[in-house]
Design a protein around this ligand. Structure first.
Ligand code: NDP
Length: 292
């Protein structure tokens, strides 16, 4: 069996084209959608994430307010910068790239971003609104996964979705969105406390891995014909590349021989995350999703 590749890059580009048109429409009204992208320190992976976000913003005709701060930045200083951005009417969204250096309390940083500009949907108020199905932004990666499932007309209602990973940014919000009536999935959420992971993953009509472990999901853990979504982004050493590493997901590539649909890494969920972030900045500029 040869699986269908779910092309997140192509769908992401389509969404970005639509975002570009919306941004142009806003510009005609004198509003330039603007995201402030704050990076503290020089973690190479974080730097590459923020660069691709900034590039995508510029390409969509939006403003990227790039704020680079040294590793030594104090928590107080970072919180005061966020407070200024909260007050700045020209800034519609604020993104603080995670992780922040160890001496800074990430929870405080997340709570400092006003929910009306919280385009990542990390603030406890944003998360509460999302769970209670009130107005508010949808979290980018989970929203991107749902868009991909819809694009490929995957039957979600009544499906058994097994998610591996319960982080605040992927697993938990994704499970909460999938149990909404509009999706109607039955969800199992697995983590390090799960006994016999394989016995759960084998039951999945839709299997989503968001762990951060290369090759965690092997072919014998996947039901024949299942939909496999690989959220994982892992850097593994590869001396044959100029960078000395390559990027792979959580899913063993051999799974493609067995499943019905799968997302590649790179080119699957990653580009969808960026596209949904841009869409959230538009929503913020339009004040459409804002709960006040
Ligand atoms: P976290 O490290 O926050 O969470 C990982 C989760 O996986 C935890 O819930 C952990 O369980 C669980 N886990 C770890 N090992 C196992 C195991 N052996 N069996 C079952 N569960 C396990 O990661 P994130 O959610 O932030 O990210 C996950 C991956 O997704 C990473 O590779 C990250 O780079 C990628 N990512 C990709 C995005 C994209 O746009 N494609 C966006 C965001 C993340 P426990 O809670 O018990 O510790």
């Amino acid at each position: 069996m040869s699986a269908i590749i779910m092309d997140g890059k192509a769908l992401g580009l389509k969404i970005r084209e639509s975002v570009k048109l919306q941004a142009a429409g806003l510009k005609e009204k004198g509003i330039v959608p603007c995201l402030a992208v704050v990076l503290v320190g020089e973690d190479p992976a974080s730097l590459s994430y923020v660069k691709s976000k900034e590039k995508a913003l510029t390409e969509a005709g939006m403003e990227s307010r790039d704020i680079r701060l040294p590793e030594s930045t104090s928590e107080e200083k970072l919180l005061s910068i966020i407070e200024e951005l909260n007050k700045d009417n020209k800034v519609h969204g604020i993104l603080v790239q995670s992780p922040v250096p160890k001496h800074i309390d990430e929870e405080k940083v997340i709570a400092a971003v006003t929910p009306t500009k919280d385009v990542d949907c990390f603030h406890p108020v944003s998360v509460g609104n999302m769970i209670l199905e009130r107005q508010g932004f949808l979290p980018c990666t989970p929203h991107g996964v749902l868009k991909l499932l819809r694009e490929y007309k995957i039957q979600i209602a009544g499906a058994h979705v097994v998610i591996v990973g319960r982080s605040n940014i992927v697993g938990k919000p994704l499970a909460n969105l999938l149990i909404r009536k509009e999706y109607n999935a039955t969800v199992t959420l697995c983590h390090t406390g799960t006994k016999d992971l394989k016995s759960h993953t084998l039951q999945a009509d839709i299997l989503i891995s968001a762990v951060g472990r290369p090759n965690l999901i092997k072919p014998d853990m996947v039901k024949e014909g299942a939909v496999v979504i690989d959220v994982g982004i892992n850097r593994v050493t590869d001396t044959s590349t100029s960078k000395g590493y390559k990027v792979c997901g959580d899913v063993d590539p051999a799974v493609a021989e067995k499943c019905g649909f799968f997302t590649p890494v790179p080119g699957g969920v990653g580009p969808m995350t960026i596209a949904m972030l841009l869409q959230n900045v538009i929503e913020a500029a339009l004040k459409r999703r804002v709960y006040e």
